[in-house]
Ligand binder design. Sequence first.
Ligand code: FES
Length: 633
Amino acid sequence: MPVSLVILTQPGDARPRRELTVAAGTSILTAAHDGGVDVTATCGGRGRCTSCRVKFVEGTIPPPTIMDEIQLGDDLVREGYRLSCQCTVTEPITVQVAPPLEEHAFQILGAGPGVGGLGVRIDAGIAKELVKVSLPREEHHQTSDLEQLAAAVGVAPESVGPSVLAGLPQALRDDPAGVTVTTFVSGSISGSGPGGAARTVVAVERGDTTAMKFGLAIDVGTTSVVTTLIELESGEQLASVSSLNPQAVFGGDLMSRIAFAQFNPTNLRKLQTRIVGLLNQHVAEVCRTSGVLPKWIYKAVVVGNTCMHHLLLGIDPSHVGLAPYAPVMRHAAVLPARDLPLKIAPEARVCLLPLVAGFVGADAVAVALATRLADSPALRVAVDIGTNGEVLLGSRERLLACSAPAGPALEGAQIRHGMRGAQGAIDKVTIDHDVHIHTIGETPALGICGSGLIDLLAGLLDAGVIDWTGLIQVEARDSLPPALRGRVAMRGEERVFVVLRPGEAGARAEIVLTQDDVRQVQLAKGAIASGITMLLHVAAVPLERVEELLLAGGFGNYLSILSAIRIGLIPALPVGRVRYVGNAASLGAQLCLLSEAERAHADTIASRIEHVSLAAHPDFEQIFVDAMNFPRA
Ligand code: FES
């Protein structure tokens, strides 16, 4: 039976009130998404976060579910908030979408310092030349603008893209100085699709624009997306912009996003539209800040995990989420920008790096390339920490990789008072006789982000507030210093540690760490630590032989190495052998943008990477269970 559902959106939304008619029994979240209303669903509708909460404005407020009580707490439940994914529409109601948590000033990934220092010979494959084309003058002269252009440039007419043809007659006749022809020659990459090793004409502009030659390096992560504009002669970074991946509205992690798209072309299209829309916003922004015109951007290199790659291309990722997790394609692809469409030169080449497996994607290839893991005689480990992290182990002898699906907990999601690394997030914690915190922007504390969580757990372990199994020591709290003792509590069935009471460090409300939060971090760090252990196990090398451990990803930049070792997120190597490398995936994309030789090398690396499937390995379960526990002091 159809029921009316009115959704009031946030101030500033173009349509502040949506009136929907939905089938009775539909969840509010599903109804909202089907009706085109943005309601964030970080956990993919599993009742494990608070992002989808709505407030009842009219109609009967249903009794809270257990998930409402756990996630929202008594106060919000009393005020009429419910999780929209857990609440079905049974009678006419009006709900207000809750504002997103305060999350400005994200400390998410940046583009990093650029490729200087890696000794790359710049050859982006893009060439521009000023050409005088002799136009057909006589009627009996059987030729065409295109043939005359092709003859002047020395290419086959078929190598000129259709979008170039549209403006060709005018360009050829507008400026007596001639036209600037931009061509692309790809490195020798097998299966590189359109563009192959042949010379392709990607633009024809009137007059002399030979000095204008730009490209984009794009890193599409599950959580964040980074776009960098680079001058293709000098390699200089002109602008960089990063944002949260807007697909997160439909699920914070890969599996929830795959589930959303699974066998549902409409939802797949929504996910693709979101990411292409964001990339076009990024193009507009980097062009605005640098003064570069989008039509002068002739090449883009995109890296991302397999799911992000498929969604960007509009490829159904359903089977990536089902055993044996096969990707639809793996080879490096080159396509014209108009196919996405990316609003740069329409025939610009968009190059996607190759994939390795369903959960080891082009981002892992880019990390291996940027860290030179595959070229060094020393055995090294690279860990890309993120919602869908990857671990690589190797040297020039052998290269192994596995996925380490840490989930979003280390980015503050699915944690009671977790938040991303934004202003007001607790990012550092020390514990002696009491708790001392630091917040991003040194503003009043709003919640706790990943680096703060790791510090907090490290401190609580050292102080004996939690034991090596992760249990909050309520029964043994009498042995703690008085200030800490007062923070350990049993609330109903739940063990909690009160990080801040209202008023402490400017906190407006209490900030707690729950037993379940500890478990979430244990799962996340267990995924990464067991990935490292498994690769060492499969390669049959002891930890001592690892000369360096490289931490990549935005999170890695703000993490305390000592705390990460203390909680067992990374193995106990001497601190001097652990190094941050920043956003290595973006750096890999930049390398491939500036050098076709590097792009060809990425192809070789992808073919060398041996994918280790963790779940299929007989020893994995035990290794994972061990990795979930904390190291004993
Ligand atoms: S609790 Fe509803 S989407 Fe997470």
